[in-house]
Design a protein around this ligand. Structure first.
Ligand code: GGG
Length: 339
């Protein structure tokens, strides 16, 4: 029996997750759904952003659907970013973040790239402190050979299995010779095992420049955690916007489906959030984790068809926009015709 732990978390997580779960129920009624909580509101009630029961349930289910968590941009005693912790606790060491053209006016035709983001370390270990009476802030940037190797292997395996031609290794080893230098060296060693795939390396600032100027030159982008976080948001702009950008966190066991976007407090509760990123993240879960590519394809086709029909949420078109619910109704109707 397949099980999934559903965590809406905060903000529009309460809207896009139920919408996407409706689609999941259509294509995979056999999947047993458990619910759990995490995030800022959870922290305010329980004093922890990721309760132990949530973590245990996520591990027991082996698959997670996570919405989006709010995190304050100032220190709060006892608070940490729950999705960052969850990825690490579940050893989902790679985040797959595809950007593929969708039929919306905001997307760039022909774009088809995937960011493979390291998911467990870098500055996101959140080892931070202040010195000098609070006048100096210090963060540890941690890069290990083990984590670099496993994410690089994932990126190259993904490239090989999907017939992709090129991997771009992104770093800033010209300045951070010990940390990014290690990531670069290990990634290039892994690249040697995949001679049929072209490898290029690029400084992160150059990669940002080329992503803005010519996204079609990228195929697979392999990056440490923070650069992957930033570059995947940039890439999402070419896919039509963050509302359309899915991701899947994977390791050797559990997987977490998660939209790239955050909890969007400015539109939370209005019923206008775009559920596409969450729906397509579930399609990734079905394809890569539950090995059901045909239903994943049905979801992707349904989303594409609904967008092609001109049904857009407010992030895509301000005139005649459809609500989260209406968009989801149309995807569910179309997917029923396809499965
Ligand atoms: N669904 C993505 C989400 O919850 N974003 C908020 C966040 O804290 N992200 C940190 C990260 O992606 O590393």
């Amino acid at each position: 029996m397949l099980q999934v732990c559903v965590i809406e978390a905060d903000g529009i997580g309460h809207e896009v997750v139920p919408a996407a779960v409706r689609v999941l129920r259509v294509v995979a009624p056999d999947v047993e759904i458990q619910t759990a909580e995490a995030g800022w509101d959870t922290f305010k009630r329980l004093g922890t952003p990721l309760p132990d029961e949530t973590l245990q349930m996520a591990k027991a289910c082996g698959a997670v659907i996570f919405g989006a968590a709010a995190s304050p941009s100032y220190p709060v005693d006892g608070y940490y970013v729950p999705i960052v912790r969850l990825r690490r606790e579940l050893a989902t060491y790679a985040s797959l973040r595809p950007t593929r053209y969708l039929p919306v006016p905001t997307a760039r035709e022909g774009v088809n790239l995937i960011v493979v983001r390291e998911n467990t370390e870098d500055l996101y270990v959140q080892h931070e402190h202040t010195e000098d009476d609070g006048q100096t802030g210090i963060s540890e940037k941690r890069i290990t050979a083990v984590a670099s190797e496993r994410v690089a292997r994932r990126a190259y395996e993904l490239a090989r299995r999907n017939g992709r031609e090129k991997v771009t290794i992104v770093h800033k080893a010209s300045v951070l010779v010990q940390s990014d230098g290690l990531f670069r060296r290990v990634a290039l060693e892994i690249a040697d095992h995949y001679p049929e795939i072209k490898t290029e390396e690029m400084l992160v600032d150059t990669a940002a420049y080329w992503l803005v100027k010519d996204p079609l030159r990228f195929d697979v982008i392999l990056a440490p955690n923070m650069y992957g976080d930033i570059l995947s948001d940039m890439a999402a702009a070419w896919g039509g916007g963050l509302g359309l950008a899915p991701s899947l966190n994977i390791g050797d066991g559990v997987a977490i489906a998660e939209p790239v976007h955050g909890c969007a407090p400015d539109i939370a509760g209005l019923g206008i959030a775009n559920p596409t990123a969450m729906i397509l993240s579930i399609a990734m879960l079905l394809r890569h984790h539950w090995l059901r590519p045909e239903v994943a394809f049905a979801i992707e086709t349904a989303v594409r068809d609904v967008l092609y029909s001109g049904a857009y949420t407010r992030d895509i078109a301000s005139v005649n926009a459809v609500s989260t619910e209406e968009f989801t109704n149309r995807v569910c109707d179309r997917v029923r015709e396809l499965v």
